[in-house]
Write a protein of this length. Structure first.
Lengths: 157, 477
């Protein structure tokens, strides 16, 4: 999948699922309602500013903590095209794949990207393009079984 | 195919056949002195011959404890790290936060009847007893689904407890089972020698529908325990010490497998240790089955179960080994805002950190021994002025036992508030939310920003002993 250009929103290491969507809001499970609180405790302007097609770029262990699928689901509901990180916590990783939110493990791209850079991702070619920096990065292909789930658009599709 | 299991006395050459992440077959030949990867069967045979002629085709399939259980749930063939497998699930768990999302995914994908209602458990514990209309609606959705699907292991207010304390109590988690739960602390049950891991709601929907789930086989870190715990040091201090050593992503994607002097840890201590394996990023935590496990399980159920053989597990199968000398451990605290920010209680005491609230409970530390540890510190004393001490027994059974043993009475007399079982404040749900800038010491499992309320509040993670001390002095120490 070749995604269009979007703005990078950068975050640090160990962004936990409580930061992505705080548990205090999980008395409802309507992701369109919950998306207004995405990243609220660490960046309260994010949910209002992020536009469809933008990207989240983060450091190590993105999505650590709880198993709540609400975390990748609100990111997806915000219109984020993909999350690029140095590494992902394992439950977040499988949740994102299971609901069809593209996630990319690419340390160099995550290292270099600055807030606001214009980037794009091509999951089939395995590349991240940072237009602002004029650099292209490659990431390894997904294991075949995971690639199939992504291709179908999620585990239950 | 070079895949035969040998008797332990012929354990001179080991090999297994597996897949790597790019789906290419490989053979890993291990000998007592070296190992070699081979990408074809002829080259694997050549390597074997070169390694130790004559080997008489005696091969050992070597796996970690977790890998053995996964292997037993996907047809019995050997599995290797990074391999993708579809495995049979023995128990699927959901709660009032994650089940509604799973139920929706289940029905939207055309699900009519769950694969096996006997292999499902739903526990209403996070926002129950219902804290507001929205959470009441989520619980109602779970209740309706459980009734419609004939799910017997549905635990509502009055029977429920915090899921990870409740399921072992009810004899639903047993050795060598494969358990998945749409809650990250599902890793708790590994204390009983099963493979148990947290998953998402779509995963739960899939396992409800098919009885199976996909897994990437984890590598493992071996944690070898030595010596015995000093007084007032518990499982919480063991796991905080380990997370402090390896960091919150130190075991990412891996199993944490505990060996050595495991008999030094009680069943409750082991539950606490495995409960927080996820806080080091682990896929699961697991203890081998011993007499302590057997005594516990037999007191809970008459069901038959398998006990995984650990006698042929070799040290070189592990990514790394961490040795913990239990006798050297001290009560340990994790500072805000990550569980890896550990410091010993005697060190942090020098800082005179004043607390507003002490929470004793949660799936990590709400069991009877935890309530007892708090009671022993608090009995006959008073909770410090200005401190709210909230004690939450994890299950109805724990609550009732603590009541009969006089713990609850003594805690109430000291000025503690005792609640019906709920996850409550641990996840900032209800029953003890922090205001701006407030400081809590909590026996819970996460001290992330905003976890227990305001994003400017602070949580120090601790054992029941350390939390109870702070509750009566008003300061951490």
């Amino acid at each position: 999948m070749n995604m269009k250009n979007g703005k990078a929103y950068t975050f640090g290491d160990n962004i936990d699922t409580d930061a992505i969507i705080a548990a205090r809001y999980l008395n409802v499970s309507d992701f369109d309602k919950l998306k207004a609180h995405c990243m609220e405790d660490i960046d309260d302007g994010f949910a209002a500013a992020v536009k469809c097609g933008d990207y989240i770029v983060a450091g190590e262990n993105f999505g650590c903590g709880s198993s709540r699928e609400h975390a990748p689901a609100v990111i997806k509901a915000c219109g984020v095209s993909a999350v690029i990180a140095k590494s992902f916590a394992r439950i977040f990783y499988r949740n994102a794949i299971n609901i069809g939110l593209p996630i990319v493990e690419c340390a160099d791209a995550a290292n270099d990207a600055r807030n606001g850079d214009v980037i794009s991702v091509d999951t089939e070619r395995g590349t991240v393009n940072n237009e602002t920096l004029g650099k292209t990065y490659s990431f390894p292909p997904y294991p075949a079984e995971i690639a199939q789930i992504i291709k179908r658009g999620g585990l239950l599709k | 195919m070079v895949r035969r299991k040998c008797s332990p006395k012929n354990r001179t050459i080991a090999t297994y056949l597996s897949k790597n992440t790019t789906d290419r077959l490989f053979y890993l030949i291990k000998t007592p002195v070296s190992f070699v990867f081979c990408h074809s069967e002829p080259s694997a045979k050549k390597a074997l011959n070169a390694a130790q002629p004559p080997h008489n085709s005696k091969f050992l399939i070597i796996m970690t404890l977790s890998q053995k259980i996964l292997s037993a749930h996907c047809g019995g063939s050997a599995v290797a790290p990074s391999q993708m497998i579809m495995a049979d699930v023995d128990l699927s768990l959901g709660n009032d936060v994650t089940s509604p999302v799973a139920i929706k995914a289940f029905s939207e994908s055309g699900g009519k009847a769950v694969h096996d209602p006997e292999k499902v458990a739903i526990v209403l514990d996070h926002f129950a007893p219902n804290k507001d209309i929205e959470s009441a609606r989520q619980c109602a959705a779970c209740r309706a689904f459980a009734a419609e699907q004939g799910i017997k292991n549905f635990f509502d207010v009055g029977q429920m407890g915090i899921e990870h304390a409740l399921l072992p109590e009810k004899g639903l988690a047993l050795p060598e089972m494969l358990i998945v739960g749409a809650d990250s602390h599902t890793c708790t049950y590994g204390a009983l020698g099963c493979f148990s891991t947290g998953v998402g709601s779509t995963d739960l929907a899939y396992s409800l529908k098919t009885g199976k789930l996909w897994f990437r086989v984890p590598q493992a870190i071996k944690v070898t325990l030595k010596g015995n715990l000093p007084p007032n040091v518990s499982g919480k201090d063991v796991i905080l010490n380990l997370i402090g050593k390896i960091g919150v992503s130190g075991a990412r994607y891996a199993s944490l497998e505990f060996f050595g002097n495991v008999s030094a840890l009680s069943m409750d201590d082991r539950f606490t240790v495995c409960n927080m394996a996820i806080e080091a990023g682990a896929k699961n935590g697991i203890f081998p089955v011993d007499d302590v496990t057997l005594e516990y399980v037999k007191s809970r159920t008459n069901k038959k179960f398998e006990k995984t053989d650990t006698s042929d597990i070799r040290a070189d199968e592990y990514e790394r080994e961490i040795i913990i000398d239990l006798s050297k451990l001290k009560p340990t605290i994790a500072r805000p805002h990550l569980p890896e920010n550990t410091v010993t209680l005697d060190e942090i005491a020098k800082e005179k950190i004043k607390i507003d609230q002490a929470v004793i409970g949660s799936c990590t530390n709400g069991r009877l021994s935890d309530i007892k540890a708090a009671y022993e510190v608090i009995k006959g004393k008073k909770i410090a002025r200005g401190v709210r001490c909230i004690v939450i027994p994890a299950t109805q059974e724990v609550y009732l036992q603590a009541l009969r043993l006089g713990y609850i009475e003594a805690l109430i007399e000291a000025g503690a508030a005792v609640s019906t079982p709920t996850c409550g404040p641990c996840l900032g749900g209800h029953m003890g939310i922090l205001s701006d800038g407030e400081v809590a010491i909590a026996t819970t499992n996460r001290n992330f920003i905003g976890r227990m309320g305001s994003k400017t509040s602070k949580i120090y993670l601790a054992s029941p002993y350390s939390a109870a001390r702070a509750a009566i002095s008003g300061y951490i120490g």
